[in-house]
Design a protein around this ligand. Structure first.
Ligand SMILES: Cc1ncc(COP(=O)(O)O)c(C=O)c1O
Length: 459
């Protein structure tokens, strides 16, 4: 029986009765009911009432090639018929993860040539954490195991992901994080730069926080620093250009590994295959997931640099870690086809040379001037709009986050899917967006801002 046999009301009732959603207040959800998305095509999603919504979030930062791509369905179908599953444990392999690994080594930075698979970004970060600690163990320095991360970082929702992440609310519910992970300041100039401090100087100061944390613990106790190149779920926080090179210099100085979490930025979002290339840095691990398959299959790939890989091979000994679905043949077949499409359609170059710059200009020229907007910023095809009560003082509406939710609700009403994170609206659309799609998005966002402003004034 397919869902078409059910009315929207019935689906919502069944959903409320049986389905616990991620990151959801279930009391509130029972009162409102869920929005049921039934199908999608190109840049649009459709709900069960037939509303067409432009998807400004590419699902959840993942559907880079847009919806309705038959080639991916066919790749999955063909692979399922031939070999739906076999594991990659016990010295076995299957063809598609083999070929995907070679492809990933080809597009990754030069010094990155090995891949470890999982099914989600959280799993991949779990692997990354285990791997860097294992690395230092193999190097005879097991006490070099502290990880430095950042406040407001998002690295997933497993115990390891939450521990690496810097979200206070998540830590509160965790009731005990993985030990020996510390969090330093984030490179978020809009709120944290001092009066008169240049972006450049702020970036260096934020990087200095990493050095301070290394010195506090002692370099011989610090395994790695982990960061999202652009903090995504924390509000598309784009660091100043001075930040990453300085963080890399500091990591090298103290022989601390650099772990980059590219679960959002990987596979073209910033106008290069990876943001490591955009920022010109050479991380020891790169966590990827999401757009690796454009979300059509769950798959993650931890890309591992030569330094760590060489030690694994030279020192030997089993790495006691892996997942049933590591290197899943169907997910890898879909990923191969997805990367082929991104490549054939030139989507990465298009973001770098055309749509990324157009998107930045459109946000600046059409959105930044609105009374509710404190700042807009973007890199490639990811952007943020800061919602404020007062542009000059950056004062926010109270309660915190409420204004952004008002904007988001109006945006959806205007046929525009945006996400609200704290007081920030975020955008991370499919890479197939064109200038026309960007124009359409801006028109809808401005209408939503106007409606939200009228509401907020009444309050
Ligand atoms: C930077 C980053 N890391 C890790 C994750 C976790 O990925 P997943 O939800 O696939 O476990 C996310 C999810 O949004 C993310 O943004």
């Amino acid at each position: 029986m397919t869902y078409q046999n059910y009315s929207l009301k019935q689906l919502q009732q069944i959903d409320a009765a049986h389905h616990l959603h991620p990151f959801t207040d279930h009391k509130e959800l029972r009162e409102t009911g869920s929005r049921i998305i039934t199908h999608a095509n190109g840049p649009f999603i459709y709900d069960s009432e037939g509303a067409e919504i432009l998807d400004g979030m590419a699902g959840l930062w993942c559907v880079n090639i847009g919806y309705g791509r038959n080639e991916l369905a066919e790749a999955a179908y063909t692979q399922m018929k031939e070999l739906p599953y076999y594991n990659s444990f016990f010295k076995c392999s299957t063809p598609t993860p083999v070929l995907l690994s070679r492809k990933l080594a080809e597009i990754a930075p030069k010094h990155v040539n090995q891949v470890f698979y999982g099914s989600s970004g959280s799993e991949a970060n779990d692997t990354a954490l285990r791997l860097v600690r294992h690395y230092w163990g193999l190097e005879g320095k097991p006490e070099k195991n502290r990880i430095i991360s950042r406040k407001m970082a998002y690295h997933g929702s497993t115990v390891a992901g939450t521990s690496l992440g810097g979200m206070d609310a998540m830590h509160k519910q965790l009731g005990g994080a993985v030990p020996n992970i510390v969090h330093v300041m984030m490179p978020y100039a809009y709120e944290l730069a001092l009066p008169g401090e240049s972006d450049h100087d702020f970036g260096l100061r934020a990087a200095k926080a990493v050095e301070d944390a290394i010195l506090e613990a002692g370099a011989d106790k610090v395994a790695a620093f982990i960061g999202e190149p652009v903090m995504g779920a924390g509000g598309v926080k784009i660091p100043p250009a001075s930040y990453w090179p300085e963080v890399q210099r500091i990591c090298r100085k103290y022989d601390v590994l650099l772990m980059l979490d590219e679960v959002i930025t990987g596979y073209g979002r910033t106008g290069e295959w990876f943001a490591a290339q955009t920022f010109g840095i050479e991380p020891d691990t790169i966590t990827t997931a999401k757009a690796l398959t454009s979300g059509y299959q769950p798959l993650s790939a931890l890309l591992v640099g030569d330094r760590i890989a060489a030690t694994l091979v030279e020192k030997g000994g089993e790495f006691y870690h892996g997942y049933t679905y590591s290197g899943h043949p169907v997910a890898c077949a879909v990923a191969l086809k997805n990367l082929e499409i991104i490549e054939n359609e030139g989507l990465v170059d298009r973001v770098r040379n055309e749509t990324g710059p157009y998107f930045a200009k459109a946000l600046q020229e059409r959105i930044a001037g609105h009374d509710l907007v404190g700042e807009v910023r973007s890199i490639g095809l990811m952007g943020a709009i800061e919602i404020v009560k007062d542009k000059a003082t950056k004062e926010r509406f109270l309660p915190s986050g409420s204004a952004a939710v008002t904007v988001r609700d109006h945006a959806i009403g205007q046929g525009m899917m945006l996400r609200a994170t704290g007081d920030t609206m975020i955008l991370s659309p499919p890479l197939i967006w064109t200038r026309d799609t960007i124009d359409m998005a801006c028109e809808r966002i401005v209408r939503a801002l106007d409606l939200a402003q009228a509401d907020l004034r009444k309050r």
